[in-house]
Write a protein that binds this ligand. Sequence first.
Ligand code: HEM
Length: 491
Amino acid sequence: MATVSLQEPGLVVGLFLGAPLLLFLYILYYAISLHTTSVEGVRVPRGNFWLLPLLGESISALTVPPKQFIDRQTRKYGAMFTTHIGGDPMIMTTDVDLTRWVYQQTNRLFSVLSPKATYELLGHESIFYAKGDHHLRLRKVFAGYLSTQKLVPFTPRIDKMAASIMESWKRKERVIVFDEAKMYAIHLALAQLISIDTQEYPCMDHIFAHVPGENRLEKLVYLHYDIESGMMSVPLNIPGTAYHKANKAKILFRKALKVIINERRTGDVKCNDLLEGLLSPLEDGTLLDDEQVMDNVITGVGAAEVTTTTALVWMVKWIQENPELHRELQNEMDAIKKTKANGEELTYDDIKKMNLTLWTMYETLRLRKVTGFFIARTADQDVRYKDVVIPKNWVVAMTHGYHLDPNYYPEPEKFNPYRFQTMPPAHTFTPFGASVRLCPGKEMAKIEILTFMYHMLTSFSWEPAEPEGETIWHLFPHPRNKLPIKVTPRT
Ligand code: HEM
C-alpha cells in the first residue's frame, strides 16, 4: 500500500501553497455567490462585508454593545448596511421606511426568523412560524383572548398579584427588581393563558415531583426559566449545555401541559383563557392537535414573560434616575389611590387615567428594545427595495435605531416621557411590531406594567442599592446586577 510521508518536500510545499489557494478560491466563490441575484444591475447595500463565511463580523459585533456596533456601521455606510454575523449574511437597518416596508411585506416576501434553539424549544407549530391563513387564524385566537374585553375582568387578578408582591417587599429592605418583575410576569402569563392560579390539576403533581419549588406554580416557573435560558444558546443537545438543560425542562413542562389539555378536552371545566381558545375549533372549523396547542401555550408564556420583565426593569431604573419625574408619577398614582377605599381593587378605568405612567412606559420601550438585539426576517426571494436588492435567504435585521431618528424624536437619546403627550407617527414607533405580526399581547403588557408601577409608586420610595453596573446585551438587555434597590415604605 502506498503511504504518504510529510517528509517528502514536494508534498509539504504543495500543501503550504495549495491550502491557502483553496481557501482563497472558496471565499471568492462564496463572495460571488452571495452577491449573485436574479435582479440585474442592482447591488446589495454597502457594508463591511467580511469574506470569511462563518465568522464574518461576529466578533466585532458581539464584543461591543449592539448600539455601538450599529452606530459605527451606520456612520460609515448609512441606515441600511450589509454585514455578516453568526453565519448569516444580513442587512441591518435603522431606517424607518425600510422597517415599515419589511413589516408590511412579512408573510409575503419575508418570513419570520428566530435562532435555531428558539425554534426548537418553542416548537415548529408556534404562531411565530405559522404562515398564510393558518397564521391569521391563530392570530385571531390570540388577539381574541388577549383583547381588552377579556382583560377587563382579568385586571383584579393582576392587581392582586402586584399587591401581594409589594406586601412581601415590606419584609425586605433590598429587592432585586429583575427577579421580582420576572416572577410577576410569568405568574400572570400562566394565569391568563392556562388559568394556573384558579384551577386544580392534582394529576400533574407527580410529573415534576423532583423539580425545585414550593408549589405547582413555582415548579412551572422554574422549568420555564430553564427553557428560556436555552433559547439563544448553541443548539447542542449534549449534557452540560444550556440547550440540553432547556430540552429536559421542555419535556417536563409539556408533560404538565398535556395533563391540563387532557383534563380540558375530556372534562367539563370551562376557563376564560387562551388555552380555551386554542382547544376550540378555529375559524375554518379545524381543531389544533395537542402538539400545536402546546407549542402555542409555550410561545405565549415566553412572549409575555421576557418582554414584560425587561420593560419593567428599565422603567424602574430610568424613573429612579429622574427624581422629578419620579415625584410626578407618585402624584399621578396617589391621586388615583385617593379615589379608592382601603383594599379596593384597581380597575381598567383607573388604568386609563395613568397618562404620565403610560408615556413613561412608551419612552422606556422607545429607548430599549425589549425583544432582543433586533427583529429578524429572511427574504423568501430576491427582493428589490428602492435602489438595492435583498438577496433570497438573506436576513433583514430591524434594529431599534429607527426609534432614535431625530426627525421624529428631538434629542433622541434623552429620556423624556413628555414627548408622548403628542403621539409620534405610528410607523416611527413600533415597540410592539407592526402589520400582520403586531403583538397581540400589547394591551395585557400595558395593564401589567401600569398596575405594577401603581403599587410600587404608591407603596414605596426607593433608591439604587448598588452603584450602576454594566448592561448585559445578550438575549434581552438587563443590568448585570439585576437592579437591586433599597425600598422604604411610604407613609
Ligand atoms: C412590553 C411587552 C411586550 C413587547 C414589547 C412585545 C413586543 C412584541 C413584538 C415586537 C412582536 C412582533 C415580533 C415580530 O414582528 O417578529 C410581538 C409578537 C408577539 N407577542 Fe408580544 N410583546 C410584549 C408582550 C406580550 C404579551 C404580554 C404577550 C401575551 C401572550 C405577547 C404575545 C405575543 C405573540 C403571541 C406574538 C406573535 C404574534 C405573531 O407572530 O403574529 N407579547 N411582541
